[in-house]
Every structure is written in C-alpha cells, then in structure tokens.
Write a protein that binds this ligand. Structure first.
Ligand code: SF4
Length: 256
C-alpha cells in the first residue's frame, strides 16, 4: 500500500475540467436543471416542513457549493451543515470562511467527539487509517459518521450533492431514496448532473469553490486521504486510493 500523495500533484497547472466552455447549449442545460432542482427542493419543503425537518449536508465539494448557492439565492428554509473532521485541508477551511462571507450566513459545523478520537490516536497513531481498512473505517466513523448521525437526529429528510457518475458505487443513485441507516428520506437533486454542468453552474453564478479543484482534486475529503487524480481517472480515484474502488465509501452514504 502506498500513501504517497505527491506523485500526481500538479500545483501549478490548472484543471481544464473546472473551466468548461460556456456554450449556449450548456448554459441552457444548466438553467433547466437548476429550475428542476429548485422545484424539487420546494416540493421537499412542502412535504417535510421547514428548517427543523429538512437539512442539507454540505461537504464543501463543487456539487454541494451548487446546492448551497441555489438554497441561498432562493432563500429556501433549509438548514445547511458541514462536518469538520479535524483533518480537512486548509483550502476547505478557507472555503467555509468564504462561503459564510459570500452568503452572509453561518454554516452549522459538527465536530467529532474528543474522547474516541483521543483514544484512537493514542492507541493506533495519528495516521493509522493507512494501516488497514478497519482502522480507516473506524476513523471515518468517529470523525464523520457519528457526527452525521447527530446532525440528522430528529430530521425527516436530508439533501446531498451526490451524482451518479461520481463513482462505481453511485451509478444507480436515485433522485430520492429511503436512508435505512439513518431512518429518513435522502434527496440527491444533482444525481443526473454532469461534472461539466456543475462547473458551468459555478462559473455562471460565480459560486465560491475549493481551490484544490483547480489542482486536479475532483473529490475532496480529509487532507491525508485525498490526492489529485490524472485526467480521465474516476473522480473518486483520489479518495482512499489504496483501497478497492468498489468498497471505498466513508460510511456517510452506504447502501442498505
Ligand atoms: S477520510 Fe481519512 S482522516 Fe478523514 S475520517 Fe476518514 S480515515 Fe479519517
């Protein structure tokens, strides 16, 4: 197993995927899909109630910034929360601050509980997630899954920015599904968006985004478990790259 994060880094080059040509056809497609997302979110609000019932998990990825922009511009009564695992890249913290500034709002941040993290690090080491899948999953559970469970407690529905084409584990992702693990509805309004449409939206509406995307990081999680990918590689190839691609989810979006 290699945990080398540097082999594919391109700190100077700019990723062409983040600057698609804004052709009239692409802009029309984005506006149409934006309209559909707004309708879907409004229908969800009508069905599930208000701020205390429906919540949006913002991972600060490109897709989630699109949804954040739509929710804020449309002034939709949907709570936005993020998980601060304690191991995020500096660029993600910069984006959290930029987002709060751009939309004049505060994201609701959830943190891991200190005691299990302390015990894990004292027992296994600060970077033990590289040593085995079990240790990686334990780390993801205490830094992501458990805080997510707290964030979703008492909610009727949650919204994600997941897309079907993001990975082999998401190809059949529906617009809506029941999340049996967390016992609530899960909405994936961007499931049929392409990467090109996501970036076209970000450019058209001047949405804040994580600058690591320009350095070939299509999917960004914790700093030690994320690296750049090569052109043409699966967009999730830079996450837990030392593991089997069919099984590398962090536990936030497991199929039941
Ligand atoms: S992505 Fe890596 S550092 Fe982050 S919670 Fe999972 S194993 Fe831990």
């Amino acid at each position: 197993m290699s945990n080398d994060q540097t082999s594919l880094l391109r700190p100077v080059a700019s990723n062409p995927a983040t600057t698609p040509e804004l052709t009239p056809a692409l802009q029309t497609s984005v506006k149409k899909k934006r309209h559909e997302v707004v309708n879907l979110l409004k229908a969800a609000i009508a069905e599930f109630g208000n701020l205390s019932e429906i919540t949006f998990a913002n991972s600060m990825g490109a897709e989630d910034m699109v949804l954040t922009d739509i929710i804020q511009r449309e002034a939709l009564p949907i709570e936005i929360f993020s998980l601060d695992t304690g191991r995020l890249p500096t660029e993600t913290y910069d984006l959290i601050a930029a987002t709060e500034q751009a939309y004049q709002t505060k994201l609701k941040l959830f943190f891991p509980q200190a005691e299990p993290v302390q015990q894990y690090v004292r027992t296994h080491g600060i970077n033990a997630f590289y040593e085995s899948i079990d240790l990686r999953k334990t780390c993801c559970f205490m830094r992501k899954v458990e805080p997510l469970q707290r964030a979703l407690k008492g909610k009727k529905a949650w919204i994600t920015g997941m897309r079907a084409e993001q990975s082999t584990t998401r190809v059949d992702l529906p617009l809506r599904q029941f999340d049996a693990g967390n016992q609530l509805e899960k909405l994936n309004p961007l499931t049929d968006w392409t990467e090109q449409e996501v970036w076209a939206y970000i450019r058209m509406f001047e949405v804040p985004y994580n600058k690591l995307h320009d350095q070939f990081y299509p999917s960004i999680g914790c700093a030690p478990c994320t690296r750049a990918v090569a052109i043409g590689e699966d967009v999730r190839a830079g996450r837990w790259w030392w593991e089997d691609p069919l099984n590398k989810e962090c536990g936030l979006h497991v199929k039941k």
